[in-house]
Design a protein around this ligand. Structure first.
Ligand SMILES: *[C@@H]1O[C@H](CO)[C@@H](O)[C@H](O)[C@H]1NC(C)=O
Length: 256
C-alpha cells in the first residue's frame, strides 16, 4: 500500500512526457524533448519576433507576459536600443556621402521609436491584451509619452549633420497636435515634416502606407533617404527602400 503512490507518480510523469507534445509550464520541454525553462522559452519567443520569424502575433503569449515586462523595463532593453542607435552613428560617419543640397533625408517612426509607449502597455499587460485602439489613442492624445533617450540623441546628431528629418507615423491626423506637443515637450525639435495617416491611408496596411510615403518623398521631393529607424518591420520593409534600415526592439505588439 505504501509504495503505490510512488508507482502512480512514476507512471503519471511518464505519461505526461509522452502525451504532451507542445512545450508547457508543466513538462518544461520543447517539442523535441529539450529541457528548458520558462525564461528559455520566452527569450526564444522574443528573439524570433525580432528575427521576423514570428509575425502577426495579436498578443504576447500569456506565460511570457512577466518575461516581456522584465525585458522592456530592463537595462538590457536600454542597451539593445542604445547599440541599435550607435550603429546608425557608425553608418552615418563611415558610409554616407551626403550631397548637402537639402535633399539628404532620414526617416523616423514615432511610437516606440522616438516616443515610448511602455507606460501605456504597463497598464495593459505589456502586450498580453488585445489592442484597444480607442484607449491607445486616448493615451496618445494625452501627449505624455517619454522620449527614448538614445533615439533623441541620434535625432539630434542627424539634425546636426544637416539632414532633413521626416517623421512617418501610422498615428492618425486627429492626434497631430497632441503628437507635436508630446515630441516638443520631451526634446524633439527641428524636423522637416510630420506625415500622419489620412482616411485614405487607413485602407492600406501600414507597410503599404509607409512605402507609398517614401515613394512620394523620392519621386515628388527628390529626397535621398539614407536611413529609416523603426520598431516594426512595417516601418522599414517594402519598396522603395531606404539605403539602410535600423530596427529597434519591440516585443509588445506587431503592426503589419
Ligand atoms: C476600449 O477602451 C475604451 C476607452 O478606454 C473603453 O471605453 C472600452 O470599453 C474598451 N473596449 C474594450 C473592448 O475593452
Amino acid at each position: 500500500m505504501g509504495r503505490n503512490p510512488i508507482i502512480l507518480l512514476c507512471c503519471m510523469s511518464l505519461l505526461s512526457s509522452v502525451t504532451v507534445a507542445d512545450w508547457n509550464i508543466l513538462n518544461q520541454k520543447t517539442k523535441n524533448g529539450l529541457k528548458i525553462t520558462l525564461k528559455n522559452y520566452c527569450e526564444s519567443w522574443r528573439m524570433n519576433v525580432e528575427l521576423h520569424n514570428i509575425r502577426e502575433f495579436k498578443v504576447v503569449p500569456e506565460e511570457c507576459i512577466g518575461y516581456i515586462k522584465k525585458y522592456v523595463t530592463s537595462t538590457q532593453y536600454d542597451v539593445d536600443s542604445e547599440l541599435a542607435m550607435e550603429e546608425c552613428t557608425v553608418y552615418l560617419s563611415t558610409s554616407c556621402d551626403f550631397k548637402k543640397d537639402g535633399r539628404d533625408a532620414w526617416i523616423f517612426d514615432i511610437d516606440d521609436t522616438l516616443l515610448s509607449n511602455v507606460p501605456y502597455y504597463k497598464k495593459h499587460n505589456y502586450g498580453g491584451e488585445n489592442l484597444n485602439l480607442t484607449s491607445l489613442e486616448e493615451w496618445m492624445s494625452q501627449g505624455k509619452a517619454p522620449a527614448l533617450e538614445h533615439s533623441l540623441r541620434l535625432f539630434n546628431e542627424i539634425k546636426a549633420r544637416g539632414l532633413q528629418i521626416i517623421l512617418v507615423s501610422s498615428r492618425k491626423e486627429h492626434i497631430r497636435s497632441a503628437t507635436i506637443n508630446n515630441l516638443v515637450n520631451v526634446g524633439y525639435h527641428g524636423w522637416t515634416s510630420l506625415i500622419l495617416r489620412g482616411p485614405e491611408d487607413e485602407l492600406k496596411s501600414v507597410q503599404a502606407y509607409k512605402a507609398n510615403v517614401r515613394n512620394q518623398l523620392i519621386k515628388n521631393s527628390g529626397y535621398r533617404i539614407w536611413g529609416v529607424v523603426g520598431d516594426q518591420y512595417s516601418s522599414i520593409e517594402g519598396l522603395p527602400a531606404a539605403k539602410r534600415t535600423f530596427k529597434l526592439p519591440n516585443p509588445m505588439y506587431y503592426v503589419s
